[in-house]
Design a protein around this ligand. Sequence first.
Ligand SMILES: [Zn+2]
Length: 164
Amino acid sequence: MSAFDDLFAANADYAESFAYSALTGTAARGLAVVTCMDSRIDPLGLLGLKAGDAKILRNAGARVTDDVLRTLVLAVYLLGVQRVLVMPHTDCGMAKVTDTDVHDLTQRHGIDTRSLEFHTVPDQDAALRHDLTRIRTTPFLPDDLPVGGSIYDVRTGRLLPLVD
Ligand SMILES: [Zn+2]
């Protein structure tokens, strides 16, 4: 018995009718999506995508960190990505706390996290615009790369209007 038995059982069923053998690592729809780790978000489903279509980059808060930029460079120049959608969401835990709050919460577990930056989001619209600007102005990505931002509403399943 392991903590992962349910997953291996489900995977055995999945592999029985596996239909993606022919896919390559190139994003078939030329898309990268930066979104949150929130378990309510089904990025492929909500965007009408399937396996093979897009690069999905997830972290707490859908923030454009150095690691996201590094991954986008690889995605654009090596893996067929030609457009980027940054997609935070409503009711995001990262928009409800500050980094100081997180440090206090982890300290209750006896852990000192002050050397970590959590990229919490005091103002979600401002953070999204900041992150879009980060992608648009990095010297490592094409100037004409389409970069859009939209907040996903976890209550309705709808994307809010595109932020330019
Ligand atoms: Zn979130």
